[in-house]
Design a protein around this ligand. Structure first.
Ligand code: NAD
Length: 357
């Protein structure tokens, strides 16, 4: 029995809707296993800008630092997507949170629940058995380098930069994880063109000497993008830079059927942050149809990684599996075989998972 402080940071759009369900699942786990979870809430993104003028107010950051783990929703609002001139933007809150909390490793497990084989746009025979763990570097690369305009604003630049230290610490996490899985690591770069990628490859090659039991391959990002769709089962652990990881993991979400199914963990030196990989999804906000399973699976990752609660985490995953086996779906993962009465909204899907827990 443990006592933990969990900070709920719903953010914007469907972030609000899905984290409310994720929190209910944490509550059910606490009740079942006799744990005490204390909750607090903090603002980030558009809602924080509206309330304070800042995308990540100091008070929110302070609460994050003090908590044992953060369950995060999403940030983003249509107002900013079509206004490149906005100086304060919701995504700044996300990037600042990652940098300030030192969240350099983003783990994204891509695993297909068998029941969803037909929900993906990829053929079932290619997908069956796919199980990939992505390690995306999260606090470096082109996202955090110098950016600006010159020549009277007619030329723009974003600088990509990596240090040996940054590559080594994410590389080590990926090698360690590969050791607990199929002992296969694919390091993705663009070393034929980019200097940052040449450093990346050099560091991973050197690290490989310390992990002789792990089979390492180096692959270019363009061919990896193709291979993920052609033969996803050939991958076990994949480690890559911030920009490549951002794009490849969205692509890989199709292996799991929908963005609404994928959870992620951002970890580093302090508090871990757990969040769905999807954004604030303006197109479905307020309709009550967002898939809450990514947030529920993020809660499972939180329990496992930050609190070492394996049994609790596995119970959540098997509850999700059971609900899918019973044929229940949210709209994004429904197909022609789903009966209309089995299509559930956000809260009803959450209630179905709670029933199994
Ligand atoms: P998105 O992930 O919000 O949505 C992409 C598509 O997937 C949409 O059609 C959406 O309806 C669908 N979708 C996403 N999550 C779903 C769920 N749980 N259930 C059912 N369907 C789901 O990406 P986008 O449309 O490119 O961006 C929308 C906003 O989110 C933008 O402002 C963007 O900046 C922001 N964003 C935030 C994050 C984050 O907070 N980590 C990540 C990506 C995008």
């Amino acid at each position: 029995m443990a006592t933990k402080n969990i900070l709920i940071v719903p953010g914007d759009g469907i972030g609000q809707e899905v984290t409310a369900v994720g929190k209910k699942v944490l509550d059910a786990i606490a009740a079942k296993f006799g744990h005490t979870f204390h909750y607090d809430e903090a603002l980030i993104g558009h809602v924080a800008i509206e309330a304070t003028g800042e995308a990540l107010p100091a008070e929110s950051l302070e609460k994050m630092r003090k908590s044992d783990a953060v369950l995060f929703g999403a940030v983003g609002h249509p107002k900013y997507d079509n206004d490149p001139s906005a100086k304060v933007r919701p995504e700044q809150g996300l990037l600042k949170m990652r940098k300030e909390l030192g969240l350099y490793a983003n783990l994204r497990p891509i695993k297909l629940f068998d029941e969803l084989l037909s929900a993906s746009s990829i053929k079932p025979e290619i997908l069956r058995g796919a199980d990939i763990l992505f390690f995306r570097e999260l606090t470096g690369d082109i996202y955090f380098g110098e950016k600006g305009r010159k020549n009277d604003g007619d030329t723009a630049f974003d600088v990509a930069e990596y240090s040996r230290f940054e590559v080594e610490r994410i590389g080590r996490k990926a090698f360690e994880a590969a050791r607990t899985r199929k002992k296969k690591l694919c390091s993705v770069d663009k070393a034929n063109v980019l200097e940052t990628s040449r450093l990346w490859r050099e560091v991973i090659q050197k690290l490989a000497l310390e992990y002789p039991d792990v089979e390492v391959e180096h692959q270019f990002v363009d061919s990896t993008a193709m291979m993920l769709i052609k033969n996803p089962c050939r991958f076990d652990v994949v480690v890559t830079a911030n920009l490549f990881g951002d794009i490849l993991t969205d692509e890989a979400s199709q292996i799991a059927g929908s963005m609404g199914m994928l959870a992620s963990a951002s970890i580093g030196d302090g508090t871990g942050v757990y969040e769905p990989i999807h954004g604030s999804a303006h197109d479905i906000t307020g309709k009550g149809i967002a898939n809450p399973l990514a947030s529920i699976l993020s809660a499972a990752l939180l329990l496992d990684i930050s609190f070492g609660m394996k049994e609790e985490s596995e119970l959540i995953i098997s509850a999700v599996d059971q609900v899918l086996k019973q044929g229940f779906r949210t709209v994004d993962i429904a197909d022609a075989s789903t009966k209309p009465e089995q299509i559930l909204g956000t809260d009803a899907m959450g209630a179905a998972v709670l029933k199994f827990i």
